[in-house]
Ligand binder design. Structure first.
Ligand SMILES: [Zn+2]
Length: 529
């Protein structure tokens, strides 16, 4: 907005962020404002007049000077050449011609090269706005020529506020927990939340209740999930099984139920370590209160182990022909297991089993894992080795570390461990800095390296395009994606599939890789024959 006001418009912008976050909407708004001769500054925003010919054309989507291109279907070098050709001509009105290329990461290498030539010597009247969910697939040469904006997910609380605004304008009543449920289901995507809301309105009419939301979009209400969680934490396995039985009879998706359990457990751990109220924004007020009430029931270590067990269980449930049986066993495991040592309470050094008969462990046998070994044979050689070591006893801390980039590893000459989190996962810094976690980490480090290792944690500000170091989690995700892409290509080129597509004109469903590296087409080819 400031750039437009002071007429210092960059020639190419890049918006990144997850699906449905509003990248193309923002691109359109900016295009409109850039071209509107009557735009006005209200002290906070630059607004388009929405009345002039240019504004009306953009609104109707038929502006000849604001050109929207879907990069996924126009990804060849010829398409980019067409763009370059047409970009040479002046706009039909006004001073700027704006090209919005959505899903720009889908362009072929040759197409990117052609685009690069245009970006190197752009016609002065042209502005490019790129949008992508996957900035890491864009060549660095392109990235270095764009001004990049990473759009953040909207918190559930913000989405909820927006939904109630919309409903108020429409004169529709809604229970707050019902809106919280929609907001959470949308997972940070405002567009998804609004379309879910449409669905619910069509189903419920003038009054939106939590039951209405659940029935219309097939969600599982929080009360049900919280009851399973409560049963697990109170070690009442049978109660947990009863709730699951009724969820099963109501036709709920048990994989989804398990996913929700994991989400709540995440919230529970946050509540347990005293996360700030800001983090509570992901949960409704009622949910957050409930999580805080449940938090004292277990030690952080136990919560982390349950988290880990459920995390591993999700895929197991998804693959099993008897998902309910698997979930039953998982709940029994979670409800009956407990850690042998309470690290937080026992302080440093090894302590014996915390009274009573040891119960079965969830993930790793605590006898060898949770009780620190007297002397470790060798210190981990690198960052990955260290994260693996941490995972053996503190999976939750390891998960945080996997999202970090190690910028300094302890050695003979370097005393400390330096890690930094990309801004998008900056909340892990807060988690790791909490005393419980900081203490455990420094204990693990002391045992591994045989001396005190100071840990310095930073947040990385996104830079304008330089390729950034990758965290373990980011690398894993990228590799997973690459496998999916090549699986998809293999499927697309398969003669039988090609024949089927030629005959029926169907489309390939999204491909999901379920087992280590072996591709499997996700779901049925729903919709078309
Ligand atoms: Zn206008």
């Amino acid at each position: 907005m400031n750039a437009i006001r002071s007429d210092r418009i960059h020639q190419a912008y890049l918006f990144t962020g997850s699906r449905g976050i509003g990248k193309t909407s923002i691109a359109r708004i900016i295009a409109k404002v850039m071209r509107c001769p009557g735009n006005s500054w209200d002290g906070q925003w630059l607004n388009s007049c929405d009345q002039c010919a240019s504004c009306l054309e953009v609104t109707r989507g038929n502006s000849v000077d604001v050109i929207e291109i879907d990069g996924a279907s126009n990804n060849g070098v010829d398409h980019v050449r067409e763009i370059r050709e047409s970009a040479r001509f002046m706009p039909s009105s006004g001073t700027r011609k704006i090209y919005i290329i959505d899903e720009v990461h889908m362009l072929s290498t040759a197409a990117f090269n052609a685009l690069l030539k245009t970006l190197e010597e752009p016609p002065p009247h042209v502005v490019f706005i790129f949008a992508t969910t996957e900035p890491h697939k864009i060549p660095a040469t392109i990235l270095s020529r764009v001004q990049r904006f990473d759009l953040k997910r909207v918190s559930a609380a913000q989405i909820q506020a927006r939904l109630s605004q919309v409903l108020q304008a429409e004169g529709i009543q809604a229970e707050a927990p019902a809106l919280a449920l929609i907001a959470r289901a949308a997972e940070g995507g405002l567009r998804d939340a609004l379309s879910l809301l449409d669905q619910v309105i069509a189903f419920s009419g003038e009054k939106i209740s939590i039951e209405g939301v659940r029935e219309s979009i097939g969600l599982i209400e929080s009360q049900l999930i919280l009851s399973v969680l409560k049963a697990i934490l109170e070690r009442k396995a049978l109660e947990g099984l009863a709730v699951i039985q009724s969820a099963y009879e109501q036709g709920h998706d048990l994989k989804l139920l398990t996913r929700h359990l994991i989400e709540y457990l995440h919230g529970l751990i946050l509540a347990k370590i005293g996360a700030s109220a800001g983090r509570a924004g992901e949960y409704s007020e009622h949910e957050w209160q409930e999580l805080q009430r449940l938090a004292p029931l277990r030690e952080v270590e136990e919560l982390e182990m349950i988290f880990q067990a459920l995390h591993q269980g999700v895929e197991w449930i998804a693959r099993s022909p008897q998902p309910k049986t698997v979930l039953d066993v998982l709940v029994i495991k979670c409800a009956t297991a407990e850690t042998l040592v309470t690290v937080g309470a026992a302080g440093s050094g090894s302590s014996g089993p915390a009274g009573g008969t040891p119960r079965p462990a969830l993930v790793a046998p605590p006898k060898t894992q949770a009780i620190p070994a007297p002397a470790l044979k060798s210190a981990p050689k690198d960052w990955e080795g260290l994260v693996l070591l941490v995972r053996q006893s503190r999976p939750f801390i390891a998960t945080a570390l996997e999202n970090a980039i190690c910028s300094g590893f302890p050695s003979e000459t370097k005393p400390e461990l330096l890690i930094r989190f990309p801004k998008s996962v900056g909340f892990y810094k807060e988690q790791l800095s909490h005393r419980t976690h900081a203490d455990s980490l420094s204990q693990i480090l002391r045992e591994a390296f045989g001396r005190m290792i100071p840990v310095e944690i930073d947040i990385t500000e996104p830079t304008g395009g330089e390729p950034q170091a990758e965290s373990i989690a980011a690398r894993r995700e990228r590799e997973h994606h690459e496998r999916e892409t090549s699986a998809r290509q293999a499927a697309e080129n398969h003669p039988v599939i090609r024949e089927a597509q030629a005959l029926f004109g169907g489309e390939l469903s999204p491909i999901e890789i379920l087992v280590n590296g072996s591709p499997k087409a996700g779901g049925s080819h729903a919709g078309k024959p």
